[in-house]
Design a protein around this ligand. Structure first.
Ligand code: LLP
Length: 420
């Protein structure tokens, strides 16, 4: 459920008309619903009611806007971060360092040091050497780093290849067959409290079966590690729950996911950790855009909008579908291709799609753009960096400015030897 709906024939986000936002802020612009974020946070937590000891760390890569992070901090969520930049954001948003988990296959010594300095809650180790380096850094500073070992369970998550992470050939985690030996070697190191294991098999998962298979494998590993004398107090089950992008698609609910988790982990006697991203943010945002032209095509017209692949990369990167809807629909329909102004054929949001009829100057939205939207934006073709607006009830605020090409140009330099 989200809070984007027609009110008196005009698309609103909660109590604010998208026409008003476009008039005030311009387009393209991301528009987020605070009530949807908060509701998703509650629904996900409620779904896990059957799990006694849990920690939910929002995967901030999905939508790291400061205001969004504050909303989720207020809802009691911790954070899963994957870079020093994300760590700084989470802290700036008021998320206690002790509630932050640091994932990521390429954490640098600088990032590990910074995380130790702020008192990070948990390091999710991706390889043995990282554990050795972290232990040494922590011991040198008189600290003990809480950590878990990320394991690659070799499970096919059944999602797009570019967002699948739990197959043996993926770069993430240590092979499950080697986990025990690595654990044995790392567990005794001074400076390191290796307290558990982690997995994350992929994103936009449409089916609970691969997750269940992965969780069962990690459950066996926990037993094996305990049998070898290791104290396992934490198991991080990652994120990955998918959301419907197409009207009518049905995905497993947080409640169904939570019931599966409770069933599979019954008797594990560990704190379970979760890293949801998309399921919290996906349907909480849209990308608001304006039609520049409707250009006749050989067979199908092109609706050229002012949003492009630099603003919303998912269709170009993953052939992802985002529903398109007019802000003031007339009831008429058309079949069209939808594309942006960027000079690549890949800058296409949809081909041959049945959509609300639109004409030059009309406003429209791409739905389900709250996750992996603005955060993946670039300034390709020297376009502005897309701004973000947060709506709450009948008020809204610009929570990220449009960064103009001039500002980016101002950060560039001509070396002296080129200007002589
Ligand atoms: N935990 C870890 C370790 C992850 O790598 C990810 C996502 C998550 C949690 C959150 O997964 P979620 O609950 O959002 O599925 N840009 C792609 C998605 C990349 C996901 C990367 N990792 C897209 O637009 O579909």
């Amino acid at each position: 459920m989200d809070h984007f709906a027609l009110v008196d024939g005009v698309m609103h986000c909660e109590g604010v008309s998208l026409e008003r936002i476009a008039a005030d802020v311009g387009s393209p612009v991301y528009v987020y619903s605070a009530a949807t974020f908060t509701r998703h946070a509650e629904v996900f937590r409620d779904g896990l009611a059957g799990v006694k000891r849990k920690h939910i760390a929002y995967a901030i890569k999905a939508n790291p806007n400061l205001a969004v992070l504050r909303l989720l901090a207020n809802a009691g969520y911790g954070a899963d971060v994957v870079s020093g930049g994300e760590l700084a954001r989470a802290i700036a948003a008021g998320i206690p360092a002790s509630d932050i988990v640091f994932s990521g296959v390429g954490k640098t010594v600088g990032e590990l040091t910074k995380a130790l300095d702020v008192g990070l809650g948990q390091f999710n180790l991706e390889l043995e050497e990282e554990g050795v380096v972290l232990a040494a850094l922590a011991a040198a500073g008189g600290k003990v780093a809480d950590a878990v070992l990320r394991v690659n369970p070799d499970v096919d998550a059944g999602t797009h290849a570019k967002i699948s992470t739990g197959k043996a050939e993926n770069k993430f985690g240590v092979p499950i067959s080697e986990a025990r030996a690595i654990f044995d070697r790392l567990a005794g190191l001074p400076g390191l409290n290796l307290r558990g294991v982690a997995i994350h098999i992929g994103s936009q998962l449409a089916d609970l079966a691969p997750l269940e298979a992965a969780y069962r494998r990690i459950g066996q590993l926990v037993q094996e590690l305990r049998g070898a004398g290791h104290a396992i107090s934490h198991v991080d089950l990652g994120g990955g729950l998918g959301v419907p992008y197409k009207a009518g698609d049905v995905f497993p609910s947080p409640a169904a996911y939570g019931a599966m988790v409770a069933r599979v982990t019954d008797g594990w006697d560990a704190t379970l950790m979760f890293e949801p991203g998309r399921v919290i943010a996906g349907n909480a945002g849209v990308l608001l855009t304006k039609v520049i032209w409707v250009k006749p095509g050989v067979t199908t017209p092109y609706v050229i909008v002012d949003a492009a692949m630099n603003d919303l990369a998912r269709p170009a990167m993953y052939d992802a579908w985002h529903d398109f809807a007019a802000v003031r629909p007339t009831g008429d329909r058309m079949t069209a291709n939808i594309a942006g102004p960027v000079c690549e054929s890949g800058d296409t949001f949809a081909m041959g799609r049945d959509i609300d009829a639109v004409k030059s100057g009309d406003l429209a939205i791409f739905r389900t753009a709250g996750a992996y939207g603005a955060t993946m934006a670039s300034t390709y073709n020297s376009r502005a960096l897309v701004p973000e607006v947060l709506v709450s009830g009948d008020r809204y605020a610009v929570v990220a400015d449009r960064i103009q090409p001039e500002t980016i140009l101002a950060a560039e330099r001509l070396p002296e030897w080129l200007t002589a």
